[in-house]
Design a binder for this molecule. Structure first.
Ligand code: 4AD
Ligand code: MG
Length: 435
């Protein structure tokens, strides 16, 4: 290959280079060859393009490289970009030169079917597969959509700490670690750190990894997952429900607008996503229990929902369901009691359609100092560790509310993936931390 090669252009930009000579640096996905002509599927990270190599148009060296190249070898290809309706992506590369930069032997993931355990052991290689690439691109688009949504609405991003001295969401799922002789825990939620920031910024959000030592092995639980959490001063329960609705509808619309190609690779039926319009249906916990009983589920008032109940509640729904006013007994200590019925709290869960379960959990927060202190004690939490949190209720307290959305659950629903493990680059699951 000569030194004066044409400029490297990424496949996603081929539209602007039709008819021009370009260089592509990337990897071989697969190859078909008749001995005279070869079709190479090439990938550069921004897309996949079919390259056509004709023996008579190439030097003997370049044709030799075409013959020897194997799946997932690193390649350099020079050719002319040609529009072709039939080609995937609408373009083809007519090769004039070709070189193997690194020859790969026996790439473990071949076009044949592999079991999930094998693929998970090879997650670092599995990332290259088309479905994995599509799902992680959708995730990336949603992450950007989350930041844009809050930025456009004047929220300030507050980065909450990962190492924390106290529990936010119950003490049974804490990952503990040593902190110079003291105990520290990996954060279960950034919420407690957002609330003090309200008096400084009014509307805030955090978006980062959160950790739960969930002893359950389900398709909906990860040990490490990303949560986006908005928190708003003077926002009360009704406004909270509206924010959650607006947020989810906006993200769905963004994915439909920008991720058509990826959803096609994932064979995602678009009609259910196109139906996601506001308003979303709303019911109370008490009504949900009655609905579950009618559908044959034996749940009793006072029991928390599990995956089965969430799935049953979402049956027949064409948009997410907002469930509100849960018994205080199984919800977090900070939730504001319902002034009309002190047995229940102003908590909100959003349940996704198509059986994807709870994607959002949130509430209006207790803003009365003494009531909050009493709840902390009633939950057997160490009051000393929460003094700073109680301070929010001592110096300029105000009603406020917020929620958390689990990114992986949202991505799983949008991509219609069976299991959360495919929604995050490196899933952390029960007893599994490799690679
Ligand atoms: O309902 P959760 O526990 O709420 C909180 O943590 C609040 N402090 C958030 C807030 O109000 N700022 O968790 C929120 C969401 C759930 O609805 C779910 O989508 C996701 O986080 N989630 C998980 N996702 C994956 N794996 C797990 N183990 C999860 N646990 C919760
Ligand atoms: Mg919850």
């Amino acid at each position: 290959m000569s030194d004066a090669t044409p400029p490297v252009v990424s496949i996603s930009r081929y539209r602007a280079h039709e008819g021009e000579a370009v260089t592509l640096r990337g990897w071989l996905v697969q190859k078909r060859s008749s001995g005279k002509i070869a079709f190479l599927q090439l990938r550069d990270g921004t897309g996949v393009v079919q390259a056509v190599a004709s023996r008579q148009d190439l030097s003997p060296e370049a044709w030799g490289e075409v013959e020897r190249v194997t799946q997932e070898s690193t390649i350099r290809a020079v050719g002319t970009v040609r529009a072709d309706r039939r080609a995937p992506g609408g373009f083809e590369l007519l090769l004039s030169d070709f070189r193997v930069d690194h020859l790969t032997h026996d790439f473990p993931i071949t076009p044949k079917e592999h079991g999930v355990a094998f693929l998970m052991e090879n997650r670092h290689l599995w990332l290259r597969s088309s479905r994995q690439r599509a799902a992680l691109r959708v995730r990336s688009e949603i992450e950007q959509g989350i930041h844009d949504f809050y930025h456009e609405r004047d929220f300030v991003r507050i980065d909450s700490p990962i190492l924390t001295p106290a529990a936010c969401e119950g003490t049974s799922t804490l990952f503990a670690t040593d902190y110079f002789g003291d105990k520290a825990y990996l954060s279960q939620s950034g919420q407690l750190y957002l609330e003090p920031a309200l008096s400084a910024f009014g509307k805030v959000y955090c978006f980062g990894p959160t950790f739960r030592a969930e002893k359950s092995k389900t398709r909906r639980h990860l040990m490490e997952f990303w949560m986006v959490e908005p928190e708003v001063a003077f926002l009360e329960f009704e406004g909270l429900c509206e924010l959650a609705e607006e947020f989810v509808a906006a993200l769905v619309a963004r994915v439909l607008d920008r991720c058509r190609e990826e959803l096609k690779v994932l064979e995602r039926d678009l009609a259910p996503l196109e139906a996601i319009q506001r308003p979303f249906p709303r019911i109370t916990y008490t009504e949900a229990v009655a609905r579950l009983n009618e559908r044959g589920n034996p749940i009793r008032w006072g029991d928390d929902f599990g995956g089965d109940e969430e799935t049953l509640l979402s049956e027949g729904l064409d948009r997410p369901l907002l469930v509100s006013r849960f018994p205080a007994s199984f919800k977090a200590f900070y939730m504001e009691p319902d002034p009309e019925d002190p047995r229940v709290v102003l908590g909100l869960d959003m349940i996704a359609p198509e059986g994807y379960g709870e994607i959002i959990g949130g509430s209006q927060r207790i803003h009365d100092h003494d009531l909050l202190a009493e709840r902390i004690r009633a939950h057997d939490l160490p009051v000393e560790a929460f003094q700073w949190y109680l301070d929010v209720r001592k110096y300029g307290s105000c009603p406020h509310a917020g929620f958390g959305m689990g990114l992986e659950r949202f991505v799983a629903w949008i991509c219609r993936l069976d299991h959360l493990r495919e929604t995050i680059p490196y899933p952390r699951m029960l007893y599994k931390i490799y690679p």
